[in-house]
Design a protein around this ligand. Structure first.
Ligand SMILES: C[S@@+](CC[C@H](N)C(=O)[O-])C[C@H]1O[C@@H](n2cnc3c(N)ncnc32)[C@H](O)[C@@H]1O
Length: 244
């Protein structure tokens, strides 16, 4: 997969893309990251990417010309054109189901905004998909872009080893994940549940499913209800529910 990120702060990405799973995915040749500085598409002496809003009001607005020029140029650098995604708090909330869908693409182009937001004509002309990472406001779209890239890349086949499989993680089947333990078997009077030490794989599987269901019901009733209409849950290999 080729991932293009358009931003006015390309240097923010070095740490995140250069470590852990995201770095390994690139080293394995499964994914390529390409950063583009939107300022490179300005034409004035000050390299301005923002301007005052028409009609007045606080803050600055991201200008239409550099963003549209940058997207057109980046699109033309490779094929396919890919899915164009604009990070905005006004977009659809990003969920695991969307991450799974994006992980099947050959190419993604992400646009990170800043200031008070985008000149609306950017949306009219480019018609990007709009994604929000949650109901809160961040300073810019860089951290949201990193969150989307991370969630997507780890789902591309071959990125995670079988030991780190995403199959049983929270949301993979519309359930939160079961509780996990590692050594020691007891710490300050807190013991690991007996069943996990039993070696009985079928019992362990049943216990984990039960725990996952219990957690989901109490912590995320919304998720539980949307999982097959809240009907009997079958296990981690089910088709994901719409809410995941
Ligand atoms: C300070 S925010 C602008 C918020 C805008 N004034 C509004 O009320 O919708 C600047 C940029 O950060 C990014 N951003 C902030 N919060 C976000 C979120 N929750 N999800 C995705 N992008 C976000 C977007 O690219 C946005 O254009």
């Amino acid at each position: 997969m080729r991932i293009d990120i358009l931003t006015i702060f390309p240097r923010m990405f070095a740490g995140v893309l250069g470590e852990s799973i995201l770095r390994i995915a690139a080293e394995k040749g499964i994914v390529e990251y390409h950063l583009t500085d939107i300022r490179d598409y300005t034409t004035d002496r000050h390299r301005s990417v923002d301007d005052r809003p028409y009609g007045g009001g606080p803050g600055m607005v991201m200008k239409v010309e550099p963003v549209v020029r940058a997207v057109r140029d980046v699109r033309a650098r490779a094929s396919p054109e890919g899915r164009l995604i604009l990070l905005t708090p006004q977009g659809e909330t990003f969920r695991q189901a969307r991450a799974r869908e994006l992980a099947r693409e050959k190419r993604l182009i992400l646009i990170a905004g800043h200031y008070e937001g985008f000149d609306e004509r950017i949306l009219e002309i480019l018609k990007p998909e709009e994604i929000s990472i949650g109901d809160y406001i961040l300073t810019g779209g860089e951290i949201p872009a990193m969150a989307v890239v991370d969630a997507v890349v780890r789902l591309i086949p071959g990125v995670l080893g079988s030991d780190e499989s995403a199959g049983s993680e929270s949301f993979s089947s519309g359930l939160l994940e079961y509780p996990q333990y590692t050594r020691p078997a007891e710490f300050e009077g807190h013991a690991v549940p007996e069943v996990l030490l039993s070696g009985d794989h079928e019992e362990i599987r049943r216990w984990r499913l039960e725990q996952a269901e219990k957690r989901t019901k109490t912590r995320r009733p919304d998720l539980w209800r949307s999982r097959a209409g809240g009907k009997e849950a079958k296990g981690y290999d089910d088709e994901p529910s719409a809410g995941a």
